[in-house]
Design a protein around this ligand. Structure first.
Ligand code: BES
Ligand code: MN
Ligand code: ZN
Length: 491
């Protein structure tokens, strides 16, 4: 779908989208449609329950007096905030594809406050909704394919809208990169191929390094390597750097769990639903997408992205429950359950990040625990942190982007649950507070750095369509962290 911005003229073909305010008050463009069609808009509203309330829409097909295929009235209610503008864009896109429209024009009047920003947000919503993961569909019939080829936003000040959209468009590219990675099947996407995808970002100016098992062994990453040792696929650590600010500026860092498939290892998972564990690399997927977004929009920040990539498989060489591994930090870990593997990967990735880059702060993302889905469902990611300011900033960024986070407690009392009888710690803390003890485990690998952990197990994948997110990999976290960087760490 091509998105364009043009001046506010009346389109001579395709669909016309115009706003109606609460109480069926026509915007100037809606009134223009009404006039050109000899009152069809007013009559259609009168014949329906459409009142212009937020979320409502009413379609008038092929009205006499104009050449357009349809007029879509959309409810503005008492005004739309940014998120509602995005949702509207998503719904317009979905509607046009549903009815088989090829060409749509959204008319935004001069009296609309901040029309350029509104146009850009609607366009972003439409683009996010238009995403499809269809590379493995070879037999889809034509009537199932999306039809909308062109969406034009028409307003006075199209240039300004185009300018705002340019950076949002780059962020959408990042979201799509994440969705592609998360939705990819695990025979296609494994540590090496994931690392290769990350290397594509060099085209955007991102510096990408990939460590192999030998190099990681030399660094002492026994915790991460233990997880991958039952897999035929070699584990990898990807280090990405985007330097958009002065070299003197201390970087910020994002670390992602990238378990490209999680069978549970020897502590094997039940068969039902195991295919979901292809998206156990969601944290790393988000970090990769974020780097693409930041580089794409040339963010004025120095940003490190680290991906811990492993495949957790049962095998003759696999890690056993009871094994003790030594992490890069020097701390030893008794592996009680090989299915609590994400924290083992992050332990070394977090340590490496601090050791090498001494960042201002670290945010890690991981599909870490099933327990977080029990606690928060699919509405909020769990937030765990040693820093109130970073937590507040993440909370605000979450509300601004609808990628919400909710902070849960951390405390020494929980930390005790992971003490081991024979090593420095064990990798599970028993049934109570499973997401918190996982976070406490990670905290043992955080020095004095401000740190936040996002447990995104409930957020990385969706089984239903929403206004701007088709089902499948959601790309959760890219908009959130892009917003965090924009609002608090740029400039
Ligand atoms: N990848 C899973 C967590 C998960 C579960 C993500 C469901 C997405 C959906 C993680 O590696 C895991 O297996 N966690 C265990 C931890 C337990 C063994 C302490 C869990 O949540 O059951
Ligand atoms: Mn697991
Ligand atoms: Zn896992």
């Amino acid at each position: 779908m091509k998105i364009s911005f043009a001046s506010l003229g009346f389109p001579s073909s395709g669909a016309v989208v115009v706003g109606v305010k609460e109480g069926a008050v026509l915007t100037p463009s809606a009134a223009k449609c009404d006039k050109k069609t000899d009152g069809a808009v007013t009559r259609a509203i009168g014949a329906s329950r459409f009142t212009g309330a937020k979320g409502q829409s009413l379609e008038i097909l092929a009205p006499a007096g104009i050449k357009n295929s349809r007029v879509l009235l959309v409810g503005y209610g008492g005004g739309l905030d940014k998120l509602a503008q995005q949702a509207l864009g998503g719904r317009i896109c979905a509607h046009m594809n549903q009815v088989g429209e090829k060409d749509a024009h959204v008319l935004l009047d001069d009296d609309l406050e901040g029309a350029a920003g509104v146009a850009a947000q609607i366009a972003l919503g439409a683009r996010l909704k238009a995403y499809r993961y269809d590379r493995y569909r070879t037999k889809e019939s034509k009537d199932k394919k999306p039809t909308l080829k062109s969406l034009s936003m028409r307003l006075k000040g199209a240039g300004a809208a185009r300018g705002i959209f340019q950076s949002l468009d780059a962020v959408a590219d990042g979201v799509f990169f994440t969705r592609d990675l998360v939705s990819a099947p695990p025979n296609e996407l494994y540590p090496e191929t994931f690392a290769n995808r990350a290397k594509e970002l060099t085209k955007l100016g991102v510096k990408v390094e990939v460590l192999n098992e030998k190099q990681m062994a030399k660094l002492g990453m026994g915790s991460l390597l233990g997880v991958g040792q039952g897999s035929e696929r070699e584990s990898k650590l990807v280090i990405m750097q985007w330097n958009g600010a002065a070299a003197s500026k201390q970087p910020i860092a994002f670390v992602g769990k990238g378990v490209t498939f999680d069978t549970g290892g020897i502590s094997i998972k039940p068969a039902a639903g195991m295919e979901d564990m292809k998206w156990d690399m969601g944290g790393a997927g988000t970090v990769a997408g974020l780097m693409k977004a930041l580089a794409g929009r040339k963010a004025k920040a120095n940003v490190i992205g680290i991906l811990g990539l492993v495949e957790n498989m049962p095998d003759g060489n696999a890690q056993r429950p009871g094994d003790v591994v030594t992490s890069m930090s020097g701390q030893t870990i008794e592996v009680i359950n090989t299915d609590a593997e994400g924290r083992l990967v992050l332990a070394d990735a977090l340590w490496y990040t601090q050791d090498r880059f001494k960042p201002q702060f670290i945010v890690d993302l991981a599909t870490l625990t099933g327990a977080i889905i029990m606690g928060l469902g699919h509405e909020y990611a769990g937030l765990f942190s040693n820093d109130d300011k970073l937590s507040e900033n993440l909370f605000a960024a979450g509300n601004a982007t609808n990628e919400k986070v909710w902070r849960l407690p951390m405390h020494d009392a929980y930390d005790k649950q992971i003490n081991s009888d024979i090593a420095d710690m064990k990798n599970i803390g028993g049934r109570p507070a499973g997401s918190i003890t996982a976070a406490q485990f990670l905290l043992r690998f955080v020095k004095k750095t401000p740190w936040a952990h996002l447990d995104i197990a409930g957020m990385a994948w969706s089984t239903k369509d929403t206004d701007t997110i088709p089902k499948g990999g959601t790309g959760y976290g890219v908009l959130l962290l892009d917003r965090l960087v924009r609002d608090y760490y740029e400039g």
